[in-house]
Ligand binder design. Structure first.
Ligand SMILES: Nc1ncnc2c1ncn2[C@@H]1O[C@H](COP(=O)(O)OP(=O)(O)OP(=O)(O)O)[C@@H](O)[C@H]1O
Ligand SMILES: [Mg+2]
Length: 351
């Protein structure tokens, strides 16, 4: 049998705020198998988001052991963790975190763009497929402001799934949505779990949202208070149909130095391309910024020119004085041994 996607043993996370210690996680043990659909519930401050951050490799636990797809993530350096995050874990947040002036399809393709994989057309094809999977095939050219909250969240789900991660972590994905739209999102997640075998862990406060999942974990004061199958739906995980590809073996290859120069150029090309796209997306802002820069440079040049001109004028004036100039000053007189100042003499003398 394959490794579980997530295996956490006695995870603890303590935040220190001055002298105060906050134990956000206090010995959480958890196993998530491929294809499971899990809800994490609990009151505010019980540690749900902290757990998701640790499971998503966004944060490291203070103590405890965490194996992601059989790999002990505590031993990994930050670049390797970043690679796991970008390739193996999909994140969906309460606020959709989409780029505002960017179309739905470009938002979805973004993770592939930053991963530097595939050509532009391949990225777009995959992004369209992901949008179709969440029922938004027709809206690919719309920007987030042209989509409803539920549609924006479905774009965010498509973006999270574009890299074909082995687990989707959703922290209150329906928190900003009305009840009807929340149910639509949960139905989307449900069908992704059942039809594509995506492993999903979703944080929610709502019992009717948790009712969609196969297993409900309840947290309290940083601990797992209860962990039970949800009897109202089929408890059989969709693990057999999972499309996730095991991650093992990729890390050492990524760390190899041979690929470093090509990775550097790929990164440079990606950065330039991202900059060009950002300029293209914000044409008016880019034009105004360029105008501002031009005005600034022109003003600087003008100031330097005026300074030089003034300098030159003074120099010419001094030169025009010439060497044949005579300055005639009245002399000084001395009366009773006291010398008066220059100009006190009645007769002029040649200096
Ligand atoms: N960065 C941080 N620094 C200090 N304390 C933190 C930090 N993040 C979380 N905490 C604390 O850890 C505890 C758990 O927070 P967490 O965000 O995990 O709760 P939660 O269950 O997600 O709550 P909610 O349902 O309101 O989102 C809280 O007491 C919180 O104040
Ligand atoms: Mg939270």
């Amino acid at each position: 049998m394959s490794d579980p996607v997530i295996e956490a043993r006695e995870l603890a996370k303590t935040y220190r705020l001055g002298d105060v210690e906050v134990r956000a996680l206090n010995g959480v043990s958890l196993i998530v198998q491929h294809g499971e659909f899990i809800a994490v519930m609990g009151s505010s401050g019980s540690g749900k988001s902290t757990l998701m951050n640790v499971l998503g490799c966004l944060d490291r636990p203070t103590s405890g052991r965490y194996l992601f797809e059989g790999i002990d993530v505590a031993e990994l350096a930050e670049p390797e963790l970043a690679r796991i995050r970008s390739e193996r874990i999909g994140f969906v947040f309460q606020s959709f975190n989409l780029l505002a002036r960017t179309s739905a399809v470009e938002n979805v393709a973004l993770p592939l763009f930053y991963a530097g994989s595939d050509s532009h057309s391949e990225r777009m094809t995959r992004a369209r497929e992901a949008l179709c999977a969440v029922g938004l095939g027709e809206r690919e050219h719309n920007t987030p402001s042209q989509l409803s909250g539920g549609q924006q969240q479905r774009v965010a789900i498509a973006r999270a799934l574009i890299s074909r991660p082995s687990v989707l972590l959703a922290d209150e994905p329906t928190g900003n949505l009305d009840s009807r739209t929340s149910h639509e999102i949960m139905e989307t997640l449900c069908s992704l779990n059942r039809e594509q075998g995506v492993t999903i862990v979703v944080v929610t406060h709502e019992a009717d949202i948790a009712a969609y999942t196969n297993r409900i974990i309840t947290m309290r004061d940083g601990r797992v208070q209860s962990d039970q199958p949800n009897r109202s739906v089929s408890s059989e995980p969709a693990g057999g149909r999972t499309t996730a590809v095991p991650f093992r073996g990729g890390l050492s290859q990524a760390a190899g130095s041979g690929a470093a120069p090509s990775r550097f150029w790929a990164f440079a090309a990606m950065t330039l391309s991202a900059a060009a796209q950002a300029l293209g997306r914000n044409k008016l802002r880019s034009a105004l910024t360029m105008l501002g820069v031009l005005i600034g440079v022109a003003a600087l040049i003008a100031m330097v020119a005026v300074g030089r001109g003034a300098n030159e004028a003074v120099r010419k004036q001094i030169e025009s004085l010439g060497t044949d100039l005579l300055v005639v000053l009245p002399g000084a007189t001395t009366t009773s041994g006291v010398r008066a100042g220059s100009g006190s003499a009645g007769n002029e003398k040649t200096a």
